[in-house]
Design a protein. Structure first.
Lengths: 528, 317
């Protein structure tokens, strides 16, 4: 089969442009040729989107704590709403790169410590007022105010000054160089609200949909914004969005045809979806992981040999197969997954090796002892992974005792407080964000209390590096530092599984979360 | 008789207020004892010490517990149940969107359940120990022993997924036609009925059998009254007290305790609101839900007592 024939076949199976490009490069086609082919093919593959129609979407989360305030948004259900009603200055696309959204131009100067941002001129809020620099300044500044209670507060500490330099110009001054600022600005916390907005019972944004109804813990009705600045978008007239927390109820609602899109399908339910005639499974491979964490600041993790012993006890293929039913890829004890352009495939894969594990265990002096591992439904699949670990531990005389604790209060009472526990980490848009929030010595979620001066220095060095290739090199060294020294054991990267009515088109995986990283609303259409 | 009713009402109201006050203290203490507070619950995995501290201060959680309770009580006495701690919306508004739904679900269920269970209960009592009686008992007891979750899920798989007779979700806003109400409520009401019919039917059966064994029924039999007349005119009126109590308990269960059904059918009722409120430690919202639940319970039980009194000539005069 010729390259092109093979490619078209792959496209028919619903392969994304990015996957196809990788495939073609892998099969020997030059990168440029593959890129051109993939783009032309993706136009042929992507049927013309159809305007109109309404869909119902059910999400796995539901709570009265739901909010339309980007600063206070805490979970992906909030984010879906936010991406319907607001835009950021930048956003992530399915190529895993940052593209401009409300900004027309973002230019760094002085080694990326000063950023000049120019806004689009054709953008209006839902109340009809035009987007100005005052709105952007307000939307970014409010995160610094502790009274706002913003979840993005730690991300804005490096921003020293935000000023309007013209009606459509904004200048951001950072305390140090950071070429990753455009990526940081794509995070949902930094979506742009109207200057002075404090009442978030409804949303006045610039986004593709207008908020017609919003009840926390109830439903949200989004109506098409006919004034949206991207011509022709969005495609749907209306989206009704609500939560169904029970997984089987959610899947049943889809099977019964009462909703058209659901998220968080369990690996077990995937077969029910695949065998249904009119439904499709939507898998997003990404860098999400459920990790076992060994605190390095207390026994037994303070002994590096103990940590190495445990890291060799994971039968990663078996975990991917048995726990995740192959909706996962093997990971290598570092957080940057194969979907990231900065992933280091050269880092030797840590094998499942009982001999090595036994060797390190003996050196650590902790042989034939029993250690508790905290597991909880709050960290998904922690029980299944822990059971497999317990089995392989027994073979070398390392006993784990599983302590099951309820999901309620897990993050406050056990997470990062016990010597060995489980965590669940959503994918991060860039290595910088992942390292800054989870691995830097001073990171708020430095789960294993790992301290490495070289790593901290490299993090700053990477931010100041304009050249992506050189930054990639720094990131590769950082990956190997985590792989070797951190107490975070990452056995596999788990895929997000969504499911939808086959008539719902336009879904392309964006590798930072399910449902197109929560931003499906702008991109999907109904084909009937 | 009127004086008796008034005296009963006044004492009931006084007891109700004391009960509600006691319940609100108990709920407050219970919420305080739960691990974690609103700030921690809201942030979850994303909690950092300074974010939690900031939110706590913003919500006045740094004040001593008794002071927070008194502040809440003071506001409530002026008629203001306050705002939700997690989303800052007025509690009255949150409850107002849910309470009518719960009332609707409860009334539809009662309209279906009560006649059915009365017919089943009375007929089983008449034909006590017959094959019919044993079949009805076995069927209702089996249904009441299956958890609501299982019945609801099976009903959805059978009637919504495979047969597509009814929707799997029961939420729709706005005015509904009779046919729409039937469509939307069919599965949740079926699920709830499985539990309620058994309860009311068993009580009815026992109460009527009790009356049928009494001396006045024996007298009626001896004087040659027809069986229908014996049951409807002599036995059932005397069984109204216990039956009314069983119905009242069932209705109050429907108002706040139908959480599982509300979750599976995505029905926005009071039960889910309460569970959400507990999960986020939203004290004013928990209090509001519990007080409504408790007040409804007291009201319904009082109503049942009055019905029992009115049906009993000895108490009536």
């Amino acid at each position: 089969m010729s390259d092109v024939g093979f490619g078209v076949e792959a496209l028919r199976r619903g392969m994304s442009r990015r996957e196809l490009t990788n495939l073609l490069i892998g099969s020997g086609m030059s990168a440029a040729a593959a890129g051109t082919f993939a783009i032309s093919a993706s136009i042929a593959h992507a049927q013309t989107p159809r305007r109109g129609g309404r869909i119902k979407v059910a999400h796995s989360q539901s709570s009265t704590a739901e909010t339309l305030d980007p600063a206070r948004a805490m979970n992906s259900s909030d984010n879906v709403r936010l991406f319907m009603f607001y835009n950021g200055l930048t956003r992530f696309n399915e190529e895993l790169s940052t593209e401009l959204d409300l900004a027309e131009e973002i230019t760094p100067s002085q080694r990326a410590t000063i950023w000049n941002i120019k806004l689009r001129r054709d953008v209006r809020f839902h109340d009809g007022t035009p987007l100005t620099s005052a709105d952007v300044v307000y939307s970014l500044r409010r995160h610094k105010d502790p009274a706002v209670g913003s979840g993005g507060r730690s991300l804005v500490t490096a921003i020293e000054e935000i000023t309007a330099t013209g009606p459509r110009e904004v200048r951001i001054i950072l305390s140090g160089p950071n070429y990753e600022l455009p990526a940081i600005l794509s995070i949902w916390h930094f979506l742009v609200v109207k200057d002075g907005a404090t009442d978030f019972r409804t949303a006045n944004g610039t986004g593709p949909y207008e908020c017609q109804e919003f009840q926390p813990g109830g439903r949200t009705i989004a109506m098409r914004n006919s004034e949206y600045f991207r011509p022709g978008k969005p495609y749907l007239d209306e989206i009704e969005f609500f939560g169904i927390t029970d997984e089987s109820a959610r899947v049943n609602a889809l099977l019964a045809g009462n909703v058209q899109l659901i998220n968080s399908v369990s690996q077990r339910s995937a077969r029910r979806i695949v065998t249904a005639p009119n439904l499709s499974l939507f898998e997003t491979k990404c860098g999400a992981y459920q990790d076992l964490v060994i605190r390095l600041d207390q026994a037994p993790g303070s002994n590096p040999d103990f940590v190495l012993a445990v890291k060799h006890l994971f039968n990663r293929e078996q975990i991917a197969r048995a726990v995740y039913r192959n909706f996962a890829t093997v990971a290598n004890d570092q957080p940057i997954g194969p979907t990231s352009p900065f992933y280091d495939p050269g880092l030797p894969q840590r094998p499942f090796d009982l001999d090595k594990a036994a060797f390190h265990l003996q050196r650590s002096g902790f042989g034939n002892q029993t250690f508790p591992i905290v597991i909880s439904p709050a960290a998904r699949n922690s029980e299944e992974i822990a059971l497999l670990l317990q089995q392989s531990g027994r073979e070398i005389g390392l006993n784990f005792q599983l302590q099951r604790v309820p999901a309620e209060g897990y993050w406050w009472n056990y997470y990062m407080k016990r010597p060995i526990f489980f965590s669940s980490v959503p994918p991060k848009a860039t290595p910088d964000i992942a390292f800054t929030t989870f691995f830097q010595s001073r990171a708020p979620w430095n789960e294993s209390a790992w301290r490495n001066e070289r790593f901290d220095a490299l993090l700053l060095e990477a931010r100041a590096e304009a050249d992506t290739g050189k930054r990639g090199q720094v990131y590769r060294e950082m990956q190997s530092l985590i792989h070797d020294g951190s107490g975070v054991c990452i056995p596999v990267f788990a895929s997000y599984l969504d499911a939808h009515d086959s008539d719902l088109k336009g879904l392309l995986p964006i590798a930072v979360g399910g449902m197109m990283a929560d931003s499906f609303a702008e991109h999907v259409w109904l084909d009937q | 008789m009127n004086a008796l009713l008034v005296r009963l009402l006044v004492s009931r109201i006084a007891i109700a207020i004391l009960t509600l006050l006691f319940v609100s203290v108990a709920v407050f203490l219970g919420t305080e004892m739960l691990p974690g507070d609103v700030a921690q619950a809201v942030y979850g995995q994303n909690a950092t010490p300074d974010a939690v501290e900031g939110l706590r201060r913003a919500l006045h959680l740094d004040q001593p517990a008794y002071l927070r309770y008194l502040l809440w009580l003071g506001r409530l006495l002026t008629g203001d149940p306050g705002n939700s701690l997690v989303n800052n919306l007025p509690i009255a508004e949150l409850v107002a969107t849910r309470l009518p739904n719960s009332l609707m679900l409860a009334s539809v269920t009662i309209v279906v359940c009560v006649p059915m269970s009365l017919i089943l209960g009375i007929s089983s009592a008449i034909w006590q120990d017959s094959l019919y009686d044993r079949t009805v008992s076995l069927a209702t007891m089996s249904l009441v022993s299956v958890p609501e979750l299982v019945i609801a899920t099976l009903a959805v798989i059978m009637f919504a997924v495979n047969l597509r007779w009814f929707p799997a979700l029961s939420y729709s806003a706005g005015l509904l036609s009779l046919n729409q109400i039937f469509q939307l409520f069919a599965l949740p009401v079926f699920t709830l009925s499985c539990v309620l019919i058994a309860q009311i039917m068993r009580t009815t059966r026992a109460a009527v059998i009790d009356c049928l064994r009494s001396s006045y029924v024996e007298t009626a039999v001896l004087k040659g009254a027809r069986p229908m007349r014996i049951v409807l005119n002599h036995a059932v009126p005397n069984a109204i007290g216990p039956i009314a109590n069983a119905v009242a308990l069932s209705v109050s269960h429907l108002l706040g305790g139908a959480v599982i059904v509300e979750t599976i059918f995505n029905f926005p009722g009071l039960g889910r609101l309460l569970v959400d409120a507990v999960a986020t430690r939203d004290m004013p919202l928990i209090q509001a839900c519990v007080i409504i639940y408790c007040a409804a319970y007291l009201f319904l039980v009082a109503l049942a007592d009055i019905a029992g009194m009115l049906s009993n000539p000895r108490l009536r005069h």
